[in-house]
Design a binder for this molecule. Structure first.
Ligand code: G4P
Length: 526
């Protein structure tokens, strides 16, 4: 079938938010409205017995958090949607950063009582780095929140992003009555009793006919708000949205199934189609390019304890992917047969016969693939990689049984390739005494648990007294200066890049003052 048609049909997106803003709830409701699931497992019942469809590992179930990124694929109104669910827990933000490399649009979810929270801001910065288009969903309108105009102003100033409301809330908290579409002036009425696990069809009417339903004082204030928006609000521009400069804003209550359908419709109609990608040589590969290409953005072992396997998640960049085809690994030139590619709906996996640009495919990996790897039909291709982010926690593993040293080495190597932790080597270090870095402390718990379960290695974790890492770029004299300091440690990352670790950021400031031409980066240079 025609590649252009298939690529245009795809929309690949992720939801970014601060924990507790309602991401799990919204994800489920999007699936519900797309008829991909029939009954949303409400968050309450998830915590009791059932689990949100996007939760995977045992740890997630026990702790009630999302640890890994899962991929949810579903169809809606003729579009094939790939929703990459991201871990909500702050400690797993590195996984989320990588996921953002594989999507074309991000949905930024906020609690309207809180506005921009730290995690949202950090994730948004990653979107900005990639110039990703961002759609905003203001959640929990059934509760009291900030004044909508002030909220938009706060978000716009904090993130330096234009905010253009697509719809506008009517009333607040207990008095919340629904939303009005800014362009069409159609009102959707909120039904406070409709919340739950089944689709609710909002009652709609033109604003001119809504006086009786809203009451005259609310009715008047909606007109005033719309007038104000027309005069002072940001005008929606689709080009500015696609360029990542302007975010359309939706309001609703994911818990009450309100506003979810409008968001889903917007994603289907307006989210960015699969984007082209650049290779390390600067060549741009368009989705419509005939030759298949893709890259690995995540590797996950042991996703399903019954399967005990290692799956590499690949984003298709161009061409037509078919089951059984041979592809070349860009880094090694080695050929791999794509014998059993999979698609996902949480725990449900099914074999895929084919995939198109924008799709996410799970590939069984025997240990040959790494995060950031490029795969292509025919000649090797190397896409610009996926960067690491500066770890903020450091430690090392000490074996309980020294005879398990080889298993510890292979466990650390593979888990680092998956991105569970970063391995940092001082000159002369071996894997077993390497410094381990993580963006969040919980990553070390996952490491210890997986070393025990998958490699039969019991190791004690000790924290090390560093808090900051920077990738180094600069003249040899600056590198030598850093190597000779006693208040920092010089290491190399898994790609061989030089990195400096320190207990305080003052060390870096001092180093920058003393060394002309020295650059210190919080994101790995590509
Ligand atoms: P997360 O994945 O972003 O961490 O958020 P999650 O969906 O787990 O939701 C976090 C909390 O916010 C949950 O409450 C959930 O019920 C609530 N929530 C989500 N959407 C809405 C909404 O639109 N309105 C209101 N009022 N609450 C919402 P919880 O206290 O953790 O659990 P529960 O006891 O309320 O179920």
């Amino acid at each position: 079938m025609d590649i252009r048609h298939q690529a245009e049909r795809r929309r690949t997106f992720a939801i970014i938010s601060h924990p507790d803003a309602g991401k799990t709830t919204l994800t489920e409701k999007l699936l519900l409205y797309a008829r991909a699931i029939h009954l949303a497992g409400s968050v309450k019942s998830r915590k009791a017995s059932r689990h949100a469809v996007s939760d995977w590992m045992q740890m997630e179930k026990e702790r009630g958090i999302s640890v890994t990124t899962s991929v949810l694929q579903f169809e809606h109104r003729g579009k094939a949607l790939n929703l990459l669910d991201t871990p909500g827990h702050a400690d797993f933000s590195e996984d989320t950063f990588r996921t953002l490399a594989a999507v074309d649009t991000a949905v930024m979810l906020m609690d309207h009582a809180k506005g921009v929270e730290p995690r949202t801001q950090k994730l948004f910065e990653v979107c900005r780095l990639r110039k990703l288009p961002v759609v905003t969903f203001m959640n929990k309108l059934d509760r009291h929140g900030l004044d909508p105009l002030e909220l938009l102003d706060q978000v716009s100033r904090t993130l330096d992003l234009k905010m253009a409301p697509v719809n506008w809330p009517i009333g607040k908290g207990d008095e919340f009555r629904g939303v009005v579409d800014v362009a069409s002036r159609e009102v959707s009425l909120f039904d406070a009793h409709g919340h739950g696990d089944q689709i609710v069809v909002a009652h709609r009417m033109p604003l001119t006919a809504a006086e009786a339903a809203l009451g005259s004082s609310l009715f008047d204030s909606v007109w005033e708000d719309l007038e104000l928006l027309e005069g002072a609000g940001e005008k929606y521009s689709h080009d500015a949205f696609l360029a990542g400069e302007l975010s359309p804003v939706f309001w609703g209550s994911a818990m009450d199934n309100f506003g979810v359908e409008a968001l889903l419709d917007y994603i289907v109609d307006h989210a960015a189609p699969p984007a082209p990608r650049s290779t390390q040589e600067g060549q741009v590969i368009a989705p419509t390019d005939d030759r298949f290409s893709g890259f690995i953005f995540k590797i996950q072992a042991n996703m399903n304890p019954r399967h005990r396997d290692r799956i590499a998640f690949m984003r298709v960049v161009s061409g037509h992917f078919e089951r059984g085809m041979d592809v070349v690994i860009g880094r090694t030139g080695e050929t791999l047969r794509m014998a059993k590619p999979h698609s996902f709906l949480a725990q449900e996996r099914s074999l895929v016969e084919e995939a198109w640009p924008g799709d996410i495919v799970g590939v069984y990996d025997s240990g040959k693939l790494r995060v950031g790897e490029s795969l292509a039909a025919g000649t090797p291709t190397k896409f610009a990689g996926i960067p690491h982010f500066a770890p903020e926690y450091f430690g090392k593993m000490t074996l309980a049984d020294p005879m398990r040293r080889k298993s510890l080495d292979s466990g650390l190597e593979q888990l680092a390739q998956e991105g569970v932790i970063q391995v940092l080597l001082r000159p002369g270090d071996t894997l077993a005494n390497a410094i381990l870095g993580a963006v969040g402390l919980l990553q070390f718990d996952v490491l210890a648990e997986r070393l025990a379960n998958e490699y039969n290695v019991r190791a004690r974790f000790e924290t090390l007294p560093y808090n900051h890492a920077r990738w180094i770029n600069g003249p040899q004299s600056a590198i030598d200066w850093l190597k000779n300091r006693s208040d920092c440690v010089f290491v190399t990352d898994s790609h061989g890049n030089p990195v400096v670790l320190a207990a305080t950021e003052w060390t870096f400031k001092f180093a920058l003052d003393k060394n002309k031409g020295l650059e210190l980066h919080t994101v790995e240079p590509l």
